[in-house]
Design a protein around this ligand. Structure first.
Ligand code: 5AD
Ligand code: SF4
Length: 441
């Protein structure tokens, strides 16, 4: 009988991509995907711990499997990812959910196959590797990709920055860059097989190569990838403003394949808070980089990550975040309520902000960001944009795809357009969505 897997993913795009690697491993063992939990022979949770609610989500859903496991003891349940990599987490997990069969961390994802094999001999398999400093999955792209025409490619792992609120450096380890020739081989193979959009992933892509003594840099990697002359899009995330420099801006400006959309998380607008966060830039320095970006690339758009309720944040600090959102002109932003993460510096700081205050601030921030996003979308009406068609929405009966700036455009078509670049004249905008008609070339 066929064996089936079911993967539940939480968190960032790095995790989404790592779930593609997990899927690749499971397929190598003869499993096929199922969309129904009840039909699975193995359920894998790929977890996140960046904020408390991400953890609570995972805890809730793992807990809910107790019944299924009791009814079908042969069902394998595996939990991996950032949550399990935290200090003491594997023990806590074992106590709370004794029915979980396999626990693995962020550094030994590629061992999952071996761990499943071990499980047939042991009652329970728990393996968390600490401080691994090699580059995972360096030479073989094992991913089972499901996001055609888009593909994610890891260029580096880990983070050295230790922003005081952030758990990532603790669960992902120090920065390790993949060799450029391996990245190029992976990207070239993807383009050869028809992928049209590549997103390079790293916690801090601007410090790519620093761990190799600067033998290669992020701008040089971008330039090398852009030597391919066919039409495709290149994106990257995430950039850290402190290392976001002129040479990178030049590389983006020079190469038309690189989308003119930069995700540049600022977090806060108050210099005092930025210092407490250990971000290593001021609001003015951030805005200078934005200005430089627009000087080289006038039609560039900017998105960001913003956080409210960091310890000691006053109303005045918060209003500086609002001011910066307007000044930087973000076309959209991800907004977060600060969540204390055990083991980080900020979690131990005095002056934690009450939940009601955080809630009230996030509402005001979201309102401002949404208004700014709507305003930018409305400006699309009547314009022609090029989108990369990525899917067909059965419910709406429309094809959809994103423009260079990440806006979703919808349209009707007789022919299947998935994987094609399509020019749309925008007839109508609604929230962040664009509705258009194909422009015949
Ligand atoms: N609480 C809230 N938001 C956080 N982020 C990182 N750590 C925390 C935390 N402890 C946000 C930052 C980061 C994004 C990926 O998640 O804004 O840029
Ligand atoms: Fe976390 Fe800062 Fe590293 Fe980003 S740069 S992963 S926010 S420590």
């Amino acid at each position: 009988m066929d064996k089936h897997y079911y993967i539940v993913t939480y968190g960032c795009q790095m995790n989404v991509h790592e779930s593609e690697k997990i899927a690749g491993i499971l397929r190598g063992l003869g499993y096929e995907e199922t969309k129904e939990e009840e039909k699975a022979d193995i359920i894998v949770f790929n977890t996140c711990c960046i904020r408390e609610n991400a953890e609570n989500h995972a805890y809730g859903n793992i807990g809910a499997l107790k019944k299924l496991k009791r009814a079908r003891p042969e069902l394998l349940i595996a939990v991996g990812g950032c949550m399990t990599q935290q200090e003491g987490a594997a023990d806590r997990l074992r106590k709370k959910f004794p029915f979980v069969d396999i626990v693995f961390g962020t550094h030994n994802l590629e061992d999952l196959g071996r761990l499943i094999g071990l499980k047939s001999k042991k009652k329970k398999v728990v393996e968390i590797v600490e401080g691994k400093n090699s580059v995972d999955g360096e030479d073989n792209d094992i991913s089972y990709r499901t996001s055609y025409p888009n593909a994610w490619v890891n260029i580096m792992y880990g983070c050295n920055n230790f922003c005081t609120y952030c758990i990532v450096p603790y669960v992902r380890g120090r920065e390790r860059s993949r060799r450029p020739e391996n990245i190029l081989a992976e990207v070239n193979a993807l383009l050869d097989s028809g992928y049209k959009e590549i997103t390079l992933l790293g916690q801090n892509v601007n410090s790519y190569g620093n761990d190799a003594g600067g033998a290669f840099t992020f701008p040089s990697l971008l330039r090398d990838i852009c030597k391919r002359k066919e039409k495709f899009r290149l994106r990257f995330m995430t950039s850290n403003p402190k290392d976001f420099g002129e040479d990178l801006i030049r590389a983006v400006a020079e190469n038309e394949q690189i989308c003119n959309l930069i995700h540049l998380p600022v977090q806060a607008g108050s210099d005092r808070i930025l210092r407490l966060m250990n971000r290593k830039y001021t609001a003015a320095e951030y805005l200078k980089k934005v200005e430089l970006l627009h000087k080289y690339i006038p039609d560039c758009q900017l998105t960001s990550d913003l956080m409210v309720g960091f310890p000691t944040e006053t109303e005045e600090d918060f209003s500086e975040t609002l001011r910066l959102v307007k000044e930087a002109g973000f076309s959209t932003a991800f907004t977060f309520v600060y969540s204390p993460r055990s083991g980080t510096k900020a979690a131990a700081m005095e002056g934690q902000i009450p939940d009601e205050v955080k809630k009230e601030r996030i509402m005001r921030l979201v309102e401002l960001v949404n208004a700014q996003t709507r305003e930018k979308s409305a400006a699309y009406a009547g314009k022609t944009v090029e989108i990369l068609c990525e899917d067909y929405d059965e419910k709406k009966g429309l094809y959809l795809g994103r423009d260079e700036y990440g806006r979703m455009g919808y349209f009707t078509s007789e022919a299947d357009r998935v994987g094609e670049f399509v020019k749309l004249k925008i007839d109508e905008t609604s929230g962040v969505s664009l509705f258009g008609t194909i422009v015949k070339p």
